[in-house]
Design a protein around this ligand. Structure first.
Ligand code: C5J
Length: 233
């Protein structure tokens, strides 16, 4: 299937050619989503993010069934922490710092259990995993090269947290000319007011950063383009 898919979204319809789209799953890591990780060390209630997993899994399953491009990102640092700025290490006076031992190994450090992606959304063979030292997925990574080499122009964004790594990535992508659709039920924040504000900002002023839609609208649009698939519940 290579015809344009038309998704109901705000501030207006989002269209994409499946051969030019990538689903980007941002930082669905144990360190943000599970108890005992980095998110909790900052004093956050990580259960607020759990609702994003099921809808993201449904979108992931559809992309896999259609053999469309999927990219995962992980925020974290080298084992020797040589890519960790002191400003990031010390900010917020957390109970545990990046690189220190927590219940799931060294916080936000590559190779630890907490740094890895949650089992529900774990990458499969053939899916790209981008390890990033910053909040935005373009900073300090080869994501842009991979997207351009693959002819991708459109990104469908999911992930945690909405106002930090998803927002930074959406803004970086927008400035590079990528057309971004953010799925509101596939992104979450520890702070409901930041979640709402970030989504409002993305779509304000005629879509200044991108479009906001839902997993259901995306799946219905994909199924409508290929009626054999039926309607999404
Ligand atoms: C944070 C992220 N919140 N992935 N990282 O520090 O949003």
């Amino acid at each position: 299937m290579s015809k344009e898919i038309r998704v109901h979204a705000e501030p207006y319809e989002y269209t994409f050619d499946p051969s030019r789209v990538a689903l980007v799953c941002i930082d669905f890591q144990r360190d943000f989503v599970e108890a005992g990780g980095f998110g909790e060390s900052l004093g956050n209630d990580v259960s607020t993010l759990r609702g994003t997993i099921e809808p993201t899994r449904a979108v992931l399953d559809k992309f896999r069934a259609e053999s469309w491009t999927v990219i995962h990102t992980r925020e974290g640092h080298r084992e020797d922490l040589s890519d960790l700025f002191p400003s990031k290490r010390d900010r917020g006076n957390p109970s545990l710092r990046i690189g220190e031992e927590g219940p799931m190994g060294r916080l936000l450090t590559r190779g630890s259990k907490g740094h890895d992606i949650i089992p529900e959304l774990y990458p499969i063979e053939g899916e790209t995993v981008i390890d990033k030292p910053g909040k935005g997925a373009f900073y300090g990574t080869d994501l842009e090269t991979i997207l351009r080499a693959g002819g991708k122009t459109h990104l469908i964004l999911t992930g945690v947290t909405t106002e930090v790594c998803v927002q930074s990535t959406a803004r970086e992508a927008n400035d590079r000319g990528f057309e971004c659709l953010i799925l509101s039920d596939c992104t979450g924040s520890y702070f409901p007011e930041f979640y709402r504000s970030a989504l409002d900002m993305f779509k304000a002023q005629g879509g200044i950063v991108g479009w906001v839609g839902t997993s259901k609208d995306l799946l219905n649009a994909v199924n409508a383009a290929n009626p054999e698939n039926g309607e999404s519940k």
